[in-house]
Design a protein around this ligand. Structure first.
Ligand SMILES: Nc1ncnc2c1ncn2[C@@H]1O[C@H](COP(=O)(O)OP(=O)(O)OP(=O)(O)O)[C@@H](O)[C@H]1O
Ligand SMILES: [Mg+2]
Length: 235
């Protein structure tokens, strides 16, 4: 089973959006995905409760930090044995021992970042904490960045790209700023499951993220290169 932690101490950067879309993309592709919500706001579990019964099922668990400490080793015993991917949504503001606890045993860490100066500074600090304080070894735990809410031809996007080039961490995807993410989150769906708005380029983003997680050579490199050249769907 792959343990995938979606984390950034910066609030509002897309942790829940990425966790829920990843879980639903895996589920819709025929995998047995589980979603753990460590955020007391409970947004991932609210999303899961609103998920239509006819969509592929996801095993959800409401978790919390103190329970994590008490049951670090027993949490996985409660998961269905066929679970292939465990996706962990985390709260904002994690640091110190809480951060260490949250990333324990992770196979992959996904860090969403928004194109704004405040988010870039906060993420730079978070990555420093991850590598220096929590001592994550990139040889054992793979770390990937997801640039989120990207808008082409903006100064903010160019600044984010400059920041990303300074990191020794791969950029796994650049997700568009799209109201379809907001719609999907209200309906308990992943963006790829929106019935009237199947957007090819968005599906390719999620396939590319799964390829990276599973360490498959990406079939979507070409699409990833051109992704932000695509016209926006709803504007
Ligand atoms: N790519 C996107 N395009 C448009 N809206 C987005 C996108 N990603 C996230 N959002 C919206 O941004 C807001 C914050 O996203 P989200 O809740 O996923 O962040 P978070 O990191 O989980 O926040 P918190 O730190 O509070 O848990 C939500 O309203 C969400 O719908
Ligand atoms: Mg959240």
């Amino acid at each position: 089973m792959l343990r995938i932690v979606v984390i950034n101490s910066k609030g509002g950067c897309g942790k829940t959006t990425i966790s829920t879309n990843l879980a639903s993309f895996y589920a819709a592709s025929g995998h047995h995905a589980a979603l753990f919500d460590y955020d007391p706001q409970g947004s991932s579990m609210r999303w899961l409760r609103s998920r239509p019964a006819e969509e592929a099922g996801i095993y959800g668990v409401t978790a919390n930090q103190s329970a994590a400490r008490a049951t670090t080793m027993s949490w996985h015993l409660r998961l269905p044995p066929e679970t292939g991917q465990l996706i962990i949504d985390t709260p904002p503001g994690l640091k110190g021992s809480a951060l260490v606890e949250q990333i324990k045993g992770a196979d992959c860490i996904l860090i969403p970042v928004l194109p704004s100066p405040i988010d870039i500074f906060a993420t730079a600090d978070f990555i420093r904490d991850l590598l220096l304080e929590a001592k994550v070894r990139q040889t054992r735990t793979r770390i990937g960045i997801i640039a989120n809410r990207v808008r082409k031809n903006t100064l903010a996007f160019q600044a984010l790209e400059r920041f990303l080039r300074t990191l020794s961490i791969p950029v796994v995807a650049r997700l568009r700023d799209s109201q379809n993410y907001v719609k999907a989150s209200e309906e308990g769906l992943g963006i790829h499951e929106l019935k009237n708005k199947p957007v090819y380029v968005d599906k390719m983003h999620w396939r590319g993220i799964c390829d990276w997680i599973e360490q498959r050579p990406s079939s979507t490199v070409k699409e990833k290169m051109t992704e932000i050249e695509q016209p926006d769907d709803e504007e």
